[in-house]
Design a protein around this ligand. Structure first.
Ligand code: UDP
Length: 510
């Protein structure tokens, strides 16, 4: 395969959003590991972030070349060096980072016109790349950091008889038409850009348009997880998909798993030795992705539920200002008085403020449950580690993913969230639809209490974990997909070269 793929040149254009960036880089490593020559577009700060992974790729002899673009910080009103959303926690700055990313287009076009690749793999946040690739006569693959299940749900919503006027039906459940399973939703659980017409609505339309013009989709996931939906997606969109993951299983070293390029707020040894002291399946891990600053009132409900549930936990709290130096008065706004000290003393719980070594924690035998916001990558990591979930979706397509966990795979318990809205979450004002402590506690008891239903969920998710491992192993479906993708790109390249030669022979010029 290596000699065959050595002449292929593939460009990766990532976005500035943490989970997208990190996982696209890992998929880029997959192609490079087969000898494909890869150029990963970046900016200096993002390259620093990826430093360790790049060194490893280099040591492994993978041909990943990073091409740094100049991020227009000044133009969008950001301090020098802020070039992705890592460490950015307010909506205004996130918007500016997004604007800066859009302004990279000119530099990217110029470079690619002068040095055309054989394929462009671009994050969904670069919708212009489909038309651009078509103009160059090369394929563009889209990456949206999610699977085909949420993509099928999103398309199905559009087939609802009253789309896009789905107003005033907040609490009336409806079935998503045409899907292989009966998926029931309410208006308030739909992505916020579908519920309301916002600038994001228009942008998402351009993403959809670009998807219709792209060649196919690469996915951090494994085919066995959503087989029926792969077929459905192909049938309804005419596009091919290549599941190439789960990337969390491709990292062999614990350091890789722990850091994901971002410095964890707790040491690997410290967290592992705490976990080693616990019984199998006795710890609940709670983390809500890279963008989920809950309001203080909601955190207080959650902390109270954790304490009264009586179960062990590792709780990742995302907000930068929740440092250990905060005053007791500040702390009491979001956790009961003396909570952290009590939990520490009793050996019951750990609170991590900042980035957690998630993939490493999840695969520990002591972890028996994962309370998650149902982000695609988190969900996949839970599944790959064989851990059943408590679902608490917050924004974007996460309510679709919750349906996959609960209704299709039967590997989770819901907390009862029913309002989708990223802007509320980002502004820390998602108190309107707060999930109360008794509901949280009851979900924790249901999953961690060892009842028959939980045992069955654990059995199912372990089977899926075995399939995930097999997928990335030798001859597994993700390895086969990688081979098929490279062959496909190679064939297209040969066809293009042949057409050019024919053209020259016919006297058609260059
Ligand atoms: N993650 C992590 N530590 C954290 C928070 C998140 O390692 O403290 C990783 C997590 O393992 C996952 C990604 O960040 O790979 C989050 O992606 P996901 O799609 O679940 O959610 P998003 O951040 O896009 O909402």
């Amino acid at each position: 395969m290596e000699s065959h793929s050595a002449s292929l040149k593939v460009y990766f254009i990532p976005s500035v959003f943490t989970s997208h960036l990190v996982h696209l880089f890992e998929l880029c490593r997959c192609l490079a590991s087969r000898g494909v020559h890869v150029i990963f577009f970046s900016t200096p700060s993002t390259t620093n972030l990826l430093h360790k992974s790049l060194l490893k790729a280099e040591a492994a002899g993978h041909r990943i070349h990073v091409h740094n673009l100049k991020f227009p910080s000044q133009q969008v009103g950001l301090p020098e060096g802020v070039e992705n959303v890592v460490g950015v926690d307010n909506l205004d700055a996130i918007t500016k980072v997004g604007q800066g990313m859009a302004l990279l287009r000119h530099q990217l076009e110029q470079f690619m016109e002068q040095n055309p690749p054989d394929c462009i793999v671009a994050d969904m946040f670069h919708p212009w790349t489909s038309d651009f690739a078509n103009r160059l006569g090369i394929p563009r693959l889209i990456f949206d950091a999610a699977g085909v299940f949420p993509a099928c749900c999103k398309e199905s919503v559009r087939r609802l008889p009253n789309f896009p006027h789905l107003v005033n039906s907040n609490s009336n459940p409806f079935i998503l038409p045409g899907l292989p399973h009966q998926i029931t939703l309410t208006f308030s659980r739909l992505p916020e850009y579908i519920q309301n017409t916002t600038p994001l609505t228009q942008f998402m339309e351009s993403v959809r348009d670009s998807e219709s013009k792209c060649y196919g989709r690469i996915i951090n996931g494994f085919a066995e997880l959503e087989e029926e939906y792969i077929e459905h997606y192909k049938k309804t969109t005419g596009k091919t998909v290549w599941h190439l993951g789960p990337t969390s299983l491709l990292n062999s070293s614990s350091e890789d798993k722990a850091e994901r390029n971002l410095k964890a707020a707790v040491s690997e040894d410290e967290i592992l030795s705490w976990l080693n002291s616990k019984q199998p399946n006795s710890v609940l891990y709670l983390c809500f992705g890279s963008v989920a600053p809950f309001a203080d009132e909601q955190l207080l409900e959650l902390a109270s539920a954790l304490e009264s549930s009586g179960h062990n936990f590792i709780w990742v709290v995302d907000k930068k200002q929740r440092t250990e130096h905060e005053t007791e008065e500040d702390r009491q706004k979001w956790m009961p008085r003396g909570f952290e000290e009590r939990m520490k003393r009793e050996g019951r719980g750990v609170v991590i403020r900042g980035w957690a070594p998630q993939a490493l924690i999840l695969e520990h035998v002591a972890v028996g449950g994962f309370m998650t916001h149902c982000g695609w990558n988190s969900m996949l990591e839970g599944i790959s580690s064989g851990v059943p979930m408590i679902t608490w979706p917050l924004h974007s397509e996460q309510f679709f993913n919750e349906e996959l966990i609960l209704r299709v795979l039967g590997i989770g318990v819901e907390v009862g969230a029913d309002n989708c809205g990223v802007f509320n979450v980002l502004l820390g004002i998602a108190t309107k639809n707060m999930v109360k402590r008794h509901r949280i506690e009851s979900a924790i008891r249901k999953l961690m209490g060892g009842g028959d239903e939980a045992v069955e969920m654990r059995r199912r998710v372990r089977k899926l974990a075995e399939k995930a491992k097999a997928a990335v192993g030798e001859g597994g479906s993700s390895q086969q997909n990688l081979t098929a993708l490279i062959q496909d790109l190679q064939e297209m390249k040969s066809a293009r070269t042949k057409a050019q030669i024919d053209n020259i022979n016919k006297g058609g010029g260059n």
